[in-house]
Design a protein around this ligand. Structure first.
Ligand SMILES: Cc1cc2nc3c(=O)[nH]c(=O)nc-3n(C[C@H](O)[C@H](O)[C@H](O)COP(=O)(O)OP(=O)(O)OC[C@H]3O[C@@H](n4cnc5c(N)ncnc54)[C@H](O)[C@@H]3O)c2cc1C
Length: 507
């Protein structure tokens, strides 16, 4: 059937927008376009998938379909395994070309892409894949990577096609309900809304005003929800492209400079750096797709028991560890689907060091809670904050100190841990030290799950022992060569080197 068709299938994945979509723009020049989104049940059955992510996706698809309908052809949604869906379309309509963006995703999407590539080859269908995240496929060396990133971010934004030829009758499935995909109920009352219109609104507000507060406000969970850009979920689902965000931010920074607004300009410079980090981290997963399963440094892969202590894991997951600031952060994340970088790092570090839980299990839980789950940022960050990369400095965050630094009056704790209402301000960060603790601790709120100082000491000793193991330095050099940033890295006395830029994250 496929013989003389000119149908171009544009497979939308994590690029849910019509503008700055190279795959869509290029396909439209070649023939009639079938814009396709495949809901893949197997991917939604994974342990890192969640109802909040699916709800965000549903909003993005609705918005995208409206945008495409305005161009002439609405989005076609199909539910099924990717190869089966594409084969069905090929048999019914023929496919002249398959167009998409490259995806740096989890292991299941990687395997699925390989299956699609071999299906396309078998049917002599060309599959055109375009980069979109500043990530380089089949990268031989990190040397020169930053320059390539600059070039990708400076390339002109691609306009949406002027029109899409209407296709007539093409089957589109209704979007399944989350429960039909086996997703558990996942209430997230303060979740961000999906769709390009919401993404653009967040971008505009950040560039125009909120960037002024960015550097000052990013570290505290009280101020970060407003001070940070809140673009992560939009970048993860691709309602906005990284390039358009980078270019808009750079233009706004220029304006801030010429208008004499140094605070806003500095905020936008810090933001630009993070867009670069985004790609830097995603490149790690692109280069080593199994980072969700295996530690970067082989000697650190089995550091913690693979089957984590169930009671500790569940207490951490629910925000019931008896450590008020940590619990408040986890509960806020459960209710909103987002928390700031520093608190993500703290949640991970306490789980990995003080509670000595395997990073794979805790990483999957956090992935489910993040509306903005982006495997290419998530897994390298989880590994880094758990000390299993072998190339980063250990950061064993103390949640009491973090609380005192970033929630000095305890407002955040009071909001998310109302059981502690009776505890006086002076003891809110360590209520077990309060003389009246017996009235609350062990009744309405649990005692601390570990003694923080002892647990940190033990973790540090275990890490030091692992780092002394035979062959550790040699393996570390290989990790550094493969994944380390070259930007700003300086040779270190005594050899070995380190990922300096990441160690110096200006938190
Ligand atoms: C353990 C852990 C897991 C994380 N998992 C994710 C994830 O699944 N998805 C995700 O988008 N971010 C993740 N991050 C990075 C960071 O916390 C979020 O990108 C940020 O909090 C999102 O909010 P924002 O868009 O307002 O960020 P902003 O501070 O406004 O930054 C703008 C964008 O830059 C990128 N970015 C910011 N900080 C980092 C960073 N440290 N590393 C890489 N990219 C960065 C993101 O794309 C972000 O949207 C994780 C961090 C940690 C410590």
């Amino acid at each position: 059937m496929a013989g003389r068709t000119s149908l171009q299938v544009v497979w939308f994945k994590r690029d849910l927008r019509a503008s700055d979509n190279t795959a869509l723009a290029r396909a439209a020049r070649h023939g009639p376009v079938l814009p396709l989104y495949i809901v893949e049940p197997a991917l939604w059955r994974r342990e890192d998938a969640s109802g909040r992510q699916f709800a965000f996706l549903a909003e993005c698809l609705k918005d995208l379909s409206r945008a495409l309908a305005r161009l002439g052809q609405r989005l076609v949604i199909r539910v099924g395994e990717a190869v089966a869906v594409l084969e069905d379309i090929r048999l019914r309509h023929g496919i002249a070309g398959l167009w998409s963006h490259q995806e740096t995703g989890h292991l299941a999407s990687f395997a699925r892409d390989r299956a699609v590539a071999s299906w396309a080859r078998a049917h002599a269908i060309p599959w055109y894949e375009f980069p979109q995240d500043g990530v380089v496929r089949r990268l031989a060396s990190r040397d020169g990577w930053a320059e390539r990133w600059e070039a990708a971010m400076s390339a002109p934004v691609v306009p949406a096609p002027q029109a899409l030829a209407p296709l007539g009758a093409v089957r589109s499935d209704p979007l399944p309900a989350a429960a039909d995909l086996g997703l558990s109920p996942d209430p997230c009352p303060a979740r961000q809304r999906g769709g390009r219109a919401h993404g653009l609104a967040a971008l505009d507000a950040f560039l125009a005003t909120r960037a002024e507060r960015y550097r000052r406000g990013m570290s505290s969970p009280l101020t970060a929800p407003d001070a940070c850009s809140r673009l992560s979920a939009h970048l993860a689902f691709g309602t906005l492209s990284l390039r358009e965000v980078a270019q808009a931010a750079r233009a706004a920074r220029e304006r801030a400079r010429t208008d004499g607004q140094p605070g806003r300009a500095a905020g936008l410079a810090a933001f630009d750096k993070r867009l670069h980090w985004r790609s830097h981290f995603m490149q790690k997963l692109e280069d080593a797709p199994d980072l969700e399963a295996r530690a970067m440094h082989p000697a650190l892969d089995d550091l913690r028991p693979r089957t984590p202590d169930r009671a500790r894991l569940e207490a951490w997951m629910r925000g019931e560890t008896g450590l008020p600031f940590l619990d408040a952060c986890m509960r806020a994340l459960i209710a909103t689907g987002w928390i700031n970088f520093r608190m993500r790092a703290m949640l991970t570090a306490v789980a990995s060091y003080h509670l000595w839980l395997d990073w794979r299990a805790t990483g999957r839980h956090l992935a489910r809670l993040f509306t903005d789950y982006e495997p290419g940022i998530h897994w390298p960050q989880i590994q880094m904050q758990s000390g299993v990369t072998g190339i980063n400095a250990l950061r064993i965050y103390n949640p009491v100190k973090q609380g005192r630094d970033h929630d000095p009056q305890g407002r955040f704790i009071r909001r998310w841990a109302p059981e502690l209402a009776a505890v006086p301000d002076a003891f809110l960060h360590e209520p077990w030290r309060w003389a009246g603790a017996g009235r609350v601790i062990g009744r309405d709120y649990p005692p601390p799950i570990v003694d923080l100082a002892t647990a940190a000491r033990e973790a540090r000793a275990r890490m030091a022992e692992a780092r002394r193991s035979e062959g550790f330095r040699e393996a570390k050099a290989l990790v550094l060569a493969r994944h380390g940033s070259r930007r700003g890295a300086r040779p270190r006395r005594g050899g070995g080197g380190g990922d300096h830029r990441q160690m110096a994250l200006d938190l």
